[in-house]
Design a protein around this ligand. Sequence first.
Ligand SMILES: C[S@@+](CC[C@H](N)C(=O)[O-])C[C@H]1O[C@@H](n2cnc3c(N)ncnc32)[C@H](O)[C@@H]1O
Length: 399
Amino acid sequence: MKKILKDVNADKVHALYDAAPYPDVLEGKMRRGTPMLAHWINASVAPDGPALHPQANILSAGCGSGAEVFLLARQFPQAKVTGLDFSEASILRARQQAAAEQITNVRFDVADLTSEGWQEKYEAFDFISCHGVADFVSDAAAFMQNLSSCLAPEGVLCMTVNSPDHPGERIRNAFGSLGIDAADFEDTARQRKLLQMMVGLMGSSVGIEGLAEAPKGYLDVDIFPPIAHHNSIETWCKKAEDCGLWFCGSMDAPVGLTEINDKQLPLLYPLDKAELSVWMAKLRRQPGMQLLFSRRQPTGPRFDKPEEILAWRPLLSSSVGQLPEMTVDPQQHRPMTLRFEALPDFIIYSTAYDLEVLRCCDGNLSVQEIREAIPAEGDWESLLACLFRAYHFGVLTGA
Ligand SMILES: C[S@@+](CC[C@H](N)C(=O)[O-])C[C@H]1O[C@@H](n2cnc3c(N)ncnc32)[C@H](O)[C@@H]1O
């Protein structure tokens, strides 16, 4: 009985996306979530062989009408990008756009990603992006297992999911308390006024910009969907573990670090990237989470063990650009703005000495060797804070 109910709901999800392919349904009115940062993804999961390399074989699982596929295809013109979705209408639209814009490094196919067999048609993927899909599939464990099975040994899965703090749950409950079943959301004038009032009451905790005015097609699939898992980060980690994947971190951790000052930072040194991500997710209560999984166990230095940091051979990401050389006073403070177009708020305020250390991070020298090679002496605590941020922002990698 349960299985039949689940399948009926999956059919409803299918029908909703066929009626309103995503993200066209947003009509450009709503801002999409945290952008995907190739440098951060590569730094977090594949320091010695980037997953998102220019010739990568990429899959967008549940691609909708293809916006993400086109984004990736433009960012990596030599890569092969495949988009799969069970909505025929979405795939048709994606194919039409690819033809109209003569984008040749993309391919779109119809596939139900919870079923078996579709993987056989494709070479193992180096990178799988799955944005806003896993919450709406009936069998999330089978879905993840299928994605895991078509990942290359060094491949990476990036999954964006709704968190338990997504406002959908609260809004559906609030509608229910007024006698309106979530399945009956018709967007009548009264229902819209109720929604606006609820969003107003929820204040900033709603976490989704423009929700009260969002188009009905979006509300149908994100706030009132027939299936909505809204699992905790731990639940997704457990599902990943069950299909042989390691959790490597969430984008929310580096975003959260921007709120923490250098005096508070050492309190977090005992946490590795995955632990820091779980900790941040509990406190920051964002509506969505961008989670990274890899087949390989992540490794990284422990910042609460200074001897490990001194032995660490960090590599500075090329995306940072050229760093200035040290000026006369090693303690001179100045802002170092890391040049990540997508996230301009990632700023490390460091001393001139810290910058000089970062500049020397070529992957061959240990932190100790770098410190010995620089004539001036900097403050160790401030350097540690700078290295910690750079590591979590994906600016530094290394073994
Ligand atoms: C919120 S949209 C996200 C689309 C795209 N990833 C993006 O971010 O623009 C969710 C997509 O997942 C697809 N989907 C849901 N369940 C699916 C399944 N079992 N197999 C394949 N696609 C599925 C839907 O058809 C829809 O296009």
